[in-house]
Design a protein around this ligand. Structure first.
Ligand code: HEM
Length: 149
């Protein structure tokens, strides 16, 4: 597969993942917090994450596979340092997403189903912290990608 096609898949995945995190963190979170009480707000987040995390799973797989393929085709030893930094940060971001998706999100869903709002809010806050870390890492990763130009 030519480099341009791999890069297209890679950057499309990045847009879906990072763009979705920006929307959730900076738009939906303050809007939901100021207009909804926990019994409405937590089911909204649970339903929204259910859909978003499906997309992110596909995006993360596409980003890692296309990024790994571009590095393999260039040769790991010949790849600029920025690409290696991107690989490292990308793997950390994927691990944080996996933790949110596999560990925290099922807890949020079960608290919502049991109408346990304080416990659900505590889990939601941990998801928010994970997303905040990934947002900072994504800015660093994009900087690493562009530093190699
Ligand atoms: C396993 C993880 C990753 C690997 C191995 C990887 C590898 C690569 C490679 C080889 C390129 C091509 C660079 C070029 O053609 O100049 C690239 C481009 C890019 N990557 Fe990654 N990447 C990974 C994860 C990420 C993540 C998580 C992000 C963002 C959050 C990201 C953002 C970008 C951007 C914005 C470009 C376009 C850079 C440009 O065209 O100048 N990458 N990546």
């Amino acid at each position: 597969m030519p480099h341009q096609l791999l890069l297209f898949i890679h950057v499309t995945g990045v847009i879906v993942w990072v763009g979705g995190m920006v929307f959730a963190y900076f738009c939906l979170r303050p809007a939901a917090a100021s207009t909804l009480e926990p019994p409405q707000r937590l089911p909204l987040w649970s339903a929204a994450f259910g859909r978003f995390f499906l997309l992110v799973r596909v995006a993360v797989a596409a980003i890692l596979l296309s990024g790994g393929a571009m590095m393999y085709l260039r040769g790991f030893a010949n790849a600029p340092i920025g690409w290696h930094v991107m690989l490292l940060l990308g793997l950390v971001m994927a691990a944080i997403f996996l933790y949110i998706d596999r560990m925290l999100y099922p807890k949020l869903r079960s608290h919502v189903e049991a109408a346990q709002w304080p416990q659900g809010a505590a889990v939601l806050n941990r998801i928010r912290q994970g997303v905040a870390v990934n947002l900072v890492l994504s800015v660093c990763t994009i900087a690493a990608a562009l530093s190699a130009r």
